[in-house]
Write a protein that binds this ligand. Structure first.
Ligand code: FAD
Length: 393
């Protein structure tokens, strides 16, 4: 029997797995948790909108066929000569591999940044940020040191801005519960570029700035982080920001396992693939999601987003089955539904199919995109249950 292994149960890996599960094709998916987490909503978990359990889906709730096997393991390498994926608990032999181990934070060589900052890289780290902030605020109650109430967010892209929006909604409640005046809290988002949210239409950016500033946040553009030491962000020009919480959201690169395994990669460590999403180095390996260096017909790389990852995962599974059945494979031609950025639970900005939207409309569209995703993954059973769970917050 042909051995099919999927590594990573993110947006890409789960889409591939769901496709093979529906087809009744036997495969093994190896992931470091027995659940899939909703990465695009992790800022909500970090900002305290809901408990961590709201943002996870047990993998076995999606993969229902006996022929679909889940193994929980941490992958540490790929041996292409032996055709095995190496994990901490065992080795997984494959004839075909779908690689979807996603991304890690990119620190751009900034001294001390990795060691001295938190980042939203998975569900545990997102929940860890919320707990860290709560502990800092409790420490302020004990010693009155205002640094505990300062939060420095590095990067004003989607993750940094969404996290800021969540925090500015949650922190007034946290302050109330601890009897701290919210006016003492300082949330700063520090961005090296001249603008925030490059993926959002320029005319919407002032709305974002106004919304966040009115809620008490500070947006600092054209401001470079030069170094981070414990509790201190060092900016260009010599200014320092002393903060109890420092979170880096400024960039991503592919999981380093591809580079370590000798695949052809771009400067962000993404593995080169052809239009069918097969690795340029091995046509029995499909690389999908944020780990894939796939280009459109003009040679422009597709962006590392969940909607690309989902579509890549589904196509890789389709093409793998096509190969097994000696059918023609399809090229990757994704649809772009738009980008949505929440600014807390009530408003947001972005575009739906290229049409710019803001305010409540954008927030509702973002809620709708969650339900759509769960529907596509697990049908009414998953979308209905999860939506109910999230509404109980
Ligand atoms: P991932 O979703 O990262 O999945 C990788 C999987 O592999 C995970 O399950 C992980 O646990 C597992 N894994 C990793 N390493 C190992 C290992 N060594 N062994 C075993 N398992 C491992 N994109 C959008 O399109 N729209 C948005 O609104 C949006 N918002 C975002 C908000 C935030 C806060 C963040 C952080 C990202 C956002 N993104 C958004 C980007 C989007 O989440 C990513 O593009 C997407 O998650 C990539 O999917 P993936 O399947 O490639 O990787």
């Amino acid at each position: 029997m042909t051995k099919i292994v999927i590594v990573g149960a993110g947006y890409a890996g789960m889409a591939a797995a769901a496709h093979l599960d529906k087809a009744g094709t036997p495969f093994t998916i190896v992931n470091n948790h027995d659940y899939h987490y909703l990465t695009t909503l992790l800022h909500e978990a970090a900002g305290g909108r809901g408990p961590g359990s709201n943002y996870q889906v047990p993998i076995k709730e999606v993969l229902r066929q006996d022929s679909s096997e889940l193994v929980v393991d941490q992958i540490t390498g790929i041996d292409r000569n032996k055709k095995v994926v190496v994990g901490q608990a065992g080795e997984y032999a494959y004839d075909y591999l779908i690689y979807g181990l996603g991304w890690v934070s990119e620190y751009f060589g900034i001294k001390g940044l990795k060691e001295n900052s938190l980042s939203i890289t998975n569900l545990d780290s997102a929940v860890g940020i919320r707990e860290h902030i709560e502990n800092e605020f409790k420490a302020y109650v004990k010693d009155g040191d205002k640094r505990h109430l300062r939060i420095a967010l590095g990067g004003a892209g989607l993750t940094g801005i969404e996290l800021m929006g969540e925090l500015l909604e949650y922190l007034p409640q946290l302050c109330k519960s601890l009897d701290i005046p919210f006016s003492e809290v300082d949330v700063q988002c520090i961005e090296a570029m001249p603008t925030i949210l490059p993926m959002v239409a320029p005319h919407l950016r002032p709305y974002v700035a106004e919304t966040l500033t009115k809620k008490g946040g500070k947006l600092r553009t054209n401001t470079k982080i030069m170094e981070v030491t414990p509790g201190v962000v060092h900016l260009d020009g010599g200014e320092t920001v002393e903060a109890g919480t420092i979170v880096w959201t400024g960039g991503v690169r592919a999981n380093p396992l591809l580079t370590e395994a000798g695949f052809t990669v771009d400067r962000r460590g993404r593995g080169k693939v052809n239009s069918f999403l097969q690795s340029a180095d091995d046509d029995h390996i499909f690389i999908v999601g944020d780990s894939a260096w796939a280009e459109d017909e003009n040679g422009k790389p597709f962006p590392p987003t969940a909607q690309m990852a989902e579509q890549m995962g589904a196509l890789a599974a389709h093409n793998l089955l096509a190969q097994l059945n000696r059918q023609p494979m399809k090229s990757f031609k994704p649809r772009n539904w738009g980008t949505l950025c929440s600014l807390g639970s009530e408003v947001g900005v972005g575009d739906a199919f290229g049409v710019p939207i803001k305010g409540v409309t954008a927030a509702l569209a973002k809620e709708g995109s969650k339900a759509k995703y769960l529907w596509e993954l697990g049908g009414m059973r998953l979308a209905g249950n999860r939506t109910k769970q999230m509404m109980r917050i």
